[in-house]
Write a protein that binds this ligand. Sequence first.
Ligand code: ATP
Length: 235
Amino acid sequence: MLELRKVSTYYGNIQALHDIDLKVEEGEIITLIGANGAGKSTTLMSISGIVPPKRGEILFRGRPIHELSADRIVALGICQVPEGRHIFPDLTVAENLDMGAFLRRDRRGIARDLDYVYTLFPILRKRRNQPGGNLSGGEQQMLAISRALMARPRLLLLDEPSMGLAPLVTRQIFEIIRQINREQNTTIFLVEQNANLALKVADRGYVLETGRITIHDRAGALRANRDVQKAYLGI
Ligand code: ATP
């Protein structure tokens, strides 16, 4: 579904990604794990067109997307939930969700998807007339994921969904991520600092170190890998 070929991304003169090769198959959950500053967010932003790569290619369903604008990439079915959520605090929950569907014209489909996200997260239905800024951190993460789902993505890019959340809320959100993957057949690309959790839900994983992919394997094999255990799993 998605392929990165020798992707190199820069901030000015600083090279953040070095020749990244990576593949995501339709229907998978894949995760990218790595330390602070390894380049995980940059990888997602390269895919979504927010920080386009300087060299290399990104193919989505066989079509090059690395030169497209971010809104064209959303229109093709790739949607990113950014680190820190970035919901609109002054808009209500319902208005935030409307924003997610701004490229769509199929009213019935939009209504169906709205009902789906309210079923996934009943608390959002309850709070639909409240400003997004009044929600708790966990509820804002639910809203950010739901807003992305309103764009009806084929590929959902999630940047650190567990950031700042209590363990119980994190587990609940990860359960729902699995559910979205199963029920909607949405392919998921998950970036996480919490490698333990990420490797439990993912099918496959990549390890990123200072802008380079160093290991990739099935999630179970990564969990059993001594180097991964020492560096990322605290074992
Ligand atoms: P974190 O888990 O802390 O978010 P990350 O793995 O997502 O880390 P990135 O945020 O992608 O890492 O950062 C990769 C590298 O690019 C780091 O060295 C970072 O300092 C640098 N970087 C990120 N954003 C910018 C920017 N806007 N300008 C300059 N350098 C940046």
